[in-house]
Ligand binder design. Structure first.
Ligand SMILES: NC(=O)C1=CN([C@@H]2O[C@H](COP(=O)(O)OP(=O)(O)OC[C@H]3O[C@@H](n4cnc5c(N)ncnc54)[C@H](OP(=O)(O)O)[C@@H]3O)[C@@H](O)[C@H]2O)C=CC1
Ligand SMILES: Nc1nc(=O)c2c([nH]1)NC[C@@H]1CN(c3ccc(C(=O)N[C@@H](CCC(=O)O)C(=O)O)cc3)C=[N+]21
Length: 290
């Protein structure tokens, strides 16, 4: 069987172009420029790259970008005070606090402090709860991007068997919620799952969000399945440099999977495009526009 890559990079570029058009129409009709504030605490090099990419793509989409870089030893109270200021700022429609945070800062507290209407990550319990009970919510960007790619390539997902490996609040759990909303039959697997390979082999849609380089092997994949690889793992190369690999052994999946997202160029670019989408959605809702 021929395995086709899912080009998340191209799909994300198209999505960003559609968002940019909508942003320019919104400015013309309502005088509104959506604004995204990103808060980065500390110097984590990977986080800095994401923050830079986000700022550039936010500006390209015609939105306002506000960057707040704080020292690694910033006290929790200062981060909470900044979040309160951003909550009150009418130019800021979306707030993202980059995770993980340094040890002295309780991420749960910081997320709880964000106005749910501006929570473009969809991490606040109000948004997680709204998603769980089927109300309009701001949905976490990475799972939202995964679902967009799946629907684009498969059409209806109804009745398909989905296995999500990973149960984090930011990827695994919301991904499972969204697949359920699309009428998949959903299994959530994790580190205590018995016979993980066997569970994975039942999946028409296999979502890997584990953070372990190439853990999912070729023979865990049902022939013809669609594989969504969320993992972003930096591993050493022979020349001393590093390269990115996913949670799925991509080379082994060739000839077995029907469709697969590469790393890089799969889910990652969709995450940022969906962040812009959520910022636009948040801005419109805050102004009572559709
Ligand atoms: N592409 C993108 O835009 C994004 C990519 N990522 C990447 O996705 C991956 C997952 O991220 P995140 O959800 O935050 O990670 P977490 O570390 O929060 O969660 C990992 C999950 O994987 C499970 N797990 C760990 N080891 C195993 C194992 N051996 N077998 C089965 N399950 C296991 C854990 O189970 P348990 O709960 O039992 O401990 C946990 O539920 C990472 O590589 C991250 O970099 C993350 C966000 C965005
Ligand atoms: N509050 C918060 N929200 C997040 O959404 C969040 C976060 N914290 N912390 C870190 C993770 C990780 N994350 C990624 C975003 C984009 C790419 C991305 O664009 N990847 C590209 C390029 C990768 C590269 O070359 O470095 C790709 O996969 O092709 C990856 C990972 C968002 N996260």
């Amino acid at each position: 069987m021929e395995t086709k890559p899912i080009d998340g990079k191209a799909f994300a570029a198209g999505l960003r172009a559609r968002i940019a058009e909508e942003v320019s129409a919104l400015r013309a009709s309502a005088g509104l420029t959506p604004g995204l504030a990103v808060v980065l605490v500390g110097e984590d090099p990977a986080s800095q790259v994401y923050v830079r990419n986000k700022a550039a793509q936010t500006a390209e989409a015609g939105m306002a970008s506000f960057e707040h870089k704080l020292a690694a030893d910033t006290p929790e109270a200062d981060v909470l005070a900044l979040v309160a200021k951003l909550n009150a700022d009418p130019a800021v429609n979306g707030i993202l606090v980059q995770l993980p945070l340094p040890a002295q800062i309780d991420a749960t507290k910081v997320i709880a402090a964000i106005d749910p209407a501006k929570d473009v990550d969809g991490f606040h319990v109000v948004n997680a709860g709204r998603l769980a009970v089927g109300l309009d919510a701001l949905v976490p960007c990475t799972p939202l991007g995964c679902i967009m790619l799946l629907k684009h390539h498969l059409g209806s997902l109804a009745g398909l068997k989905a296995v999500v490996v990973g149960r984090s609040n930011i990827v695994g759990k919301p991904a499972a919620q969204l697949l359920l909303k699309e009428d998949c039959t959903v299994t959530i697997a994790h580190s205590r799952t018995r016979d993980l390979p066997g569970e994975c082999r039942t999946a028409d849609i296999l979502v890997a969000a584990v953070g372990r380089p190439e853990m999912v092997r070729g023979d865990w994949i049902k022939p013809g399945a669609t594989v969504i690889d969320v993992g972003i793992n930096r591993v050493p190369k022979d020349d001393g440099k590093t390269r990115l690999v996913g949670d799925v052994a991509y080379a082994e999946a060739q000839g077995i999977a029907g469709l697969i997202t590469p790393v890089p160029g799969g889910v990652g670019p969709m995450t940022i495009a969906c962040l812009l989408q959520n910022t636009l959605t948040a801005a419109k809702r805050q102004h009572g526009i559709a």
